[in-house]
Design a protein around this ligand. Structure first.
Ligand code: AMP
Length: 120
């Protein structure tokens, strides 16, 4: 746990979140600024700053999170598929330094994976 981390505070119940699933190792809740009708965040309860900070010991946890994602997307209203996004570090656009999977979907396609850079 990290004292100042906003997602650790959600895990500890110190700030509110619209939780949809929780077990001993992970927690899922609605993103506060959803980009699509379905936009959940799935986080490990253990503080891991980013995917760049995982080790072999985290493989079972990460596997369990991946395995939970489809069920969470279906239950949240995206039965035909979804996108799983993990932003890593400043290049990846990560704003909250606690590992999180974005589960994004809904009734319409979520759109292109990336916009082509101007110079490519
Ligand atoms: P990222 O840019 O990948 O770090 O995404 C961080 C995400 O966390 C953004 O989509 C924010 O809208 C979301 N977020 C930040 N604070 C909260 C909060 N208190 N509850 C729910 N979602 C949050």
């Amino acid at each position: 746990m990290s004292e100042d981390c906003i997602f650790c505070k959600i895990v500890r119940g110190e700030i509110p979140a619209r939780k949809v699933f929780e077990n001993d190792e992970m927690l899922a809740f609605h993103d506060i600024h959803p980009l699509r009708p379905v936009h959940l965040l799935l986080i490990p309860k253990k503080h891991i700053a980013s995917l760049a900070g995982v080790g072999p010991e985290d493989a079972p946890l990460l596997g369990n999170m991946m395995a939970a994602a489809n069920r969470l997307a279906v239950e949240a209203g995206s039965p035909e598929g979804f996108r799983l996004i993990v932003n890593v570090g400043s290049i990846g656009g990560q704003e909250v330094p606690h590992l999180h999977f974005h589960i994004v979907g809904g009734p319409e396609m979520v759109g292109p994976m990336l916009r082509r850079a101007e110079n490519s």
